[in-house]
Design a protein around this ligand. Structure first.
Ligand SMILES: Nc1nc2c(ncn2[C@@H]2O[C@H](COP(=O)(O)OP(=O)(O)OP(=O)(O)O)[C@@H](O)[C@H]2O)c(=O)[nH]1
Ligand SMILES: [Mg+2]
Length: 204
């Protein structure tokens, strides 16, 4: 069983006075675009967000083909890593892909490849790293229990850095060249501003 966590508990400050998770992108809420691309490669979906976001996201997820569960932030605004931990703790699969709600070009072939790498090598995480040096921790596969615990531990010692939980895990880096062979590098594009949103509309 494979799970997916979509993290959506951010404040969308660069987007403006609306939640980008449910903003319509070429007619469909962005989080639904992300979820639809994951449906073919996972067995269940967990949404991490704040309680005040739940109703709108639930509406966006109407008639989704897989089970959808909500993992709500007890402490809000603790950063993406806290959201990853909260979401993973609610998963039933041994492994889960985590994807940010603002990555509507997420490529299911890339996700499937990340699952294969993590499962085949039996590691706690498979995290892409692009040639620009950035780790793509919000589009990576994690062993759910190990990473959820590592996130709790990092937060308990006051470390909210997104790479902090990985310090206690056994994980592998998936480089850009390997991703490029298995799928589309647009998979990592994330939309933060109204302008980026508008520019992306025509690509659906
Ligand atoms: N649970 C949770 N998720 C978060 C938090 N901050 C960001 N995220 C999520 O992490 C992902 C990447 O974050 P950003 O692109 O910075 O999104 P954001 O924080 O909503 O937007 P900005 O306010 O413009 O930075 C998005 O899916 C966010 O929903 C947080 O404090 N808690
Ligand atoms: Mg942010």
């Amino acid at each position: 069983m494979r799970s997916a966590v979509v993290i959506a508990g951010g404040r969308s400050t660069r987007f403006g006075d609306a939640d980008k998770a449910v903003a319509r992108l070429a007619g469909t809420p962005m989080i639904r675009r992300v979820a639809d691309r994951l449906a073919a490669v996972v067995d269940e979906l967990v949404v991490n967000c704040r309680v005040d976001q739940r109703a709108a996201i639930e509406a966006a997820m109407a008639d989704y083909p897989l089970s959808v569960r909500f993992a709500l932030d007890d402490d809000t605004d603790e950063g993406p890593m806290a959201g990853i931990g909260t979401g993973l703790a609610a998963c039933e699969g041994e492994y889960a892909v985590v994807v940010a709600c603002d990555m509507p070009f997420v490529d299911p072939d890339v996700v499937a490849y990340l699952f294969e790498r993590a499962e085949d090598e039996g590691v706690d995480a498979a995290v892409p790293k692009l040639d620009d040096g950035w780790y793509q921790t919000t589009q990576a596969v994690y062993r759910t229990e190990a990473m959820a615990t590592a996130c709790e531990n990092a937060l308990a010692r006051g470390d909210r850095k997104i790479l902090a939980p990985l310090e206690e895990l056994e994980w592998l880096v998936v480089d850009e060249a390997a991703i490029d062979v298995h799928g589309d590098l647009d998979t990592f594009e994330n939309l933060n501003t109204r302008e980026e949103f508008a520019d992306a509309q025509s690509r659906f």
